[in-house]
Design a protein around this ligand. Structure first.
Ligand code: ATP
Ligand code: MG
Length: 652
């Protein structure tokens, strides 16, 4: 028996056309889709001209041993040279690469491409002095400061794959990643600034390294001036060894398939996997998509609010923007320090034109209210981006109106750590925007929504998102575990990459992401996705954020349980709020989706990249001990939610 497809519940009629002048001058025009589809391999071969190669490649793609791909076979290049040196050689040395904004007031620093070249070369020379050789792995555990970017590029320059571990992760998370990829050196800082205070990093490194005897060197940036423990012979200060190092370093050209980095997925669903990206294909696709999806022009000022500890920070802070020679903002701190208008103040000051953030941030700003961005001149913005989760239609419209002044297209970019770069997204000068839809696969990418049998679903139906052809920035394997790579991504349907996400095609064939397949609920035989019910809740004027999970239910198999954060303007929502929200969902998308139970909560459990961890909420909803919460941003939050849940049950 084939299982029933995921239900298609929501309905959205709003459509935004690309602005005429943007469409007329767009980097990517409509005909490119067809050209690319006619010969995908040739298309990606042409995109490789965006990079500078040492030796030209002989074949674009070798797919003779699937699912193990080789792109740009025989070509050699250096990622750091492509991101830095070649812009200086082309005469752009004086162009600002990074407008760094520290969290403390007035702590800013502009770094030009010429300065970046010196700094990266010095850091590379310092790493050589620490014994780093091509192929050695290096762990980076840093705040959002320029040295994080410099460290990544220095590793790339030496062909020493980096693994960046998010600075908010614990010592355990750090040590398990260091051990998994056998890193030899750690680059860190004494600490960074978060929420108005110095927040230490070095103690976590010291603790982690008790379990990692093979780490021979720790390079430490002095950022906050906090006291640190020091292990002589292992620890060195960045300012001692990098500042005094030579600014001359000749980059070596590496094979296109040379490992560039290992990124452990954020762990929203389970134990982290070391996703391996290599050099040529990864750099081609991140460079092309930055240029095409953000319609990047040389005079743009770009800002991506992600952390470098997340794949978005790799592809769309470091490699994509810098390979294009872009000017960008790099901000260290949180959105509400010292006040809730900090981001908008930064956009106003630097006249940011391209802005890339996550739905979780947008919903937080919705919660705080539109009067905050309204105090700032945001008229420089021309394109807004979203990544990380489905953007609820209501959040999309709020973003477009209150941040984009009702003018700016929004690119809702679907991709994963594993895909390395954008895969499904509108193109701002071509695709009309439907709030909540990632629209179509970008040129050169073949995506499909299939049913259990692997057959494409009809328009108007839901199913599983797959990628049907290899792509340049695809992961090459899971570090040290080829079998897990095959099992996890390629075993469900032969020849298809299975992303783990549900999706549906609308009547025009546009793709709507429905959340993770693991989170799909089965209510009285109907398979319901989380995204649509959450979006229905968020469309209520009192709601800022919502998470729904399926909890075991005697009558319906599973029942929908919702956790809701209210907007500040809604106060406590009033006595009738739960009844109001339940009937709102029933009215918006149907009685089948009506939550059995709704909990009003102060916060939701989220990963450090801002994604809701539904599996923890499922534990709460089913009254179990809460499972592994180590990747949670705020570990206290589960206690508050569990306590609230108990009270609600007592009242029943
Ligand atoms: P883990 O795989 O360890 O559980 P993760 O999947 O959260 O962690 P990422 O690779 O950062 O780690 O996130 C990719 C996932 O995020 C996608 O599979 C999808 O579920 C979601 N996602 C990203 N962008 C979008 C988007 N624009 N629309 C809908 N979902 C998105
Ligand atoms: Mg994932």
């Amino acid at each position: 028996m084939t299982e029933q497809n995921i239900s298609n519940l929501s309905h959205e009629d709003r459509v935004f056309e690309p602005p005429a002048d943007l469409a007329a001058n767009a980097n990517v025009k409509a005909e490119v889709y067809e050209q690319a589809a006619a010969n995908r391999v040739k298309f990606w071969g042409e995109q490789a001209d965006r990079l500078s190669w040492g030796t030209p490649f002989t074949d674009v793609l070798d797919w003779s041993n699937p699912p193990f791909a080789k792109w740009y076979v025989g070509g050699t290049l250096n990622a750091a040279y492509n991101c830095v040196d070649r812009h200086v050689e082309a005469g752009s040395g004086d162009k600002v690469a990074l407008h760094f904004v520290g969290e403390p007031d007035d702590d800013t620093r502009d770094i030009t491409y010429a300065e970046l070249q010196d700094l990266v070369s010095q850091a590379a020379n310092a790493l050589i002095d620490l014994g780093v050789q091509t192929g050695d792995r290096i762990a980076i555990y840093m705040p959002m400061i320029p040295e994080a970017v410099i460290a990544m590029l220095a590793c790339a320059r030496l062909g020493a794959p980096h693994t960046v571990v998010f600075g908010g992760f614990s010592a355990d998370a750090l040590s398990s990643r260091i051990l998994d990829c056998e890193a030899k050196v750690v680059i860190t800082a004494d600490g960074g600034y978060r929420r108005g205070a110095p927040s230490a990093l070095k103690p976590a490194v010291d603790e982690a390294l008790q379990k990692c005897p093979d780490v021979t060197g720790v390079l430490v940036v002095r950022r906050t001036g906090q006291d640190v423990e020091w292990t002589e012979g292992r620890d060195v200060w960045w300012h001692d060894v990098v500042d005094s190092a030579s600014k001359d370093h000749t980059p070596e050209m590496f094979d296109s398939e040379h490992p560039l980095y290992v990124m452990y997925t954020s762990g929203t669903t389970g134990s982290p996997k070391g996703i391996l990206h290599t050099t040529g294909g990864y750099l081609v696709q991140s460079t092309y998509t930055f240029w095409g999806v953000f319609d990047y022009k040389p005079e743009d000022v770009y800002w991506c609010t992600a952390d470098v500890g997340w794949v978005t920070g790799h592809s769309y802070i470091v490699y994509g923007p810098l390979a294009n020679g872009a000017t960008q903002v790099l901000y260290e701190g949180t959105p509400d320090t010292p006040h809730k208008g900090r981001w908008w103040e930064i956009i106003e000051k630097y006249k940011v034109t391209l802005f890339y953030t996550a739905p979780t941030a947008i919903r937080t700003f919705m919660k705080w209210g539109e009067q905050i961005p309204a105090e700032h001149d945001l008229s420089s913005l021309r394109i807004l981006g979203s990544v990380g989760e489905s953007i609820n239609p209501e959040a999309y419209v709020w973003y477009r109106e209150n941040i984009g002044g009702g003018r700016t297209p929004i690119v809702d970019t679907w991709w994963q750590t594993e895909t390395g770069a954008h895969m499904i997204s509108p193109l701002p000068g071509v695709t009309k925007g439907k709030p909540g839809s990632a629209m179509t696969a970008i040129p050169g990418i073949a995506a499909e929504v299939v049913d259990d049998a692997g057959k494409p679903v009809e328009h108007g139906e839901g199913g599983y998102l797959v990628i049907t052809e290899p792509w340049p920035s695809m992961l090459r394997t899971i570090w040290g575990d080829d079998d897990r790579y095959k099992d996890t991504y390629w075993s469900r349907w032969p020849g298809f990459y299975f992303a783990g996400d549900g999706a549906r095609k609308d009547d025009d064939g546009a793709i709507w992401l429905l959340g993770r397949v693991d989170d799909v609920m089965n209510v009285s035989g109907h398979r319901l996705s989380t995204t649509e019910i959450e979006s229905a809740l968020v469309s209520h004027p009192k709601v800022a954020e919502a998470a729904v999970v399926g909890a075991t239910d005697e009558t319906t198999g599973q029942a929908v349980v919702a956790f809701v954060i209210l907007r500040e303007s809604a106060g406590d929502g009033g006595e009738e709020i739960v009844a109001e929200l339940r009937s709102h969902v029933a009215k918006e998308i149907g009685a089948i989706a009506k939550p059995r139970q709704i909990m009003i909560v102060p916060e939701l459990p989220k990963t450090r990249s801002g994604k809701i961890m539904r599996r923890l909420l499922r534990d709460v909803a089913e009254n179990r001990e809460v499972g592994d919460a180590t990747t949670l941003a705020d570990s206290g939050i589960m206690d508050k939610i569990t306590a609230g849940m108990k009270t609600a049950k007592d009242e029943d």
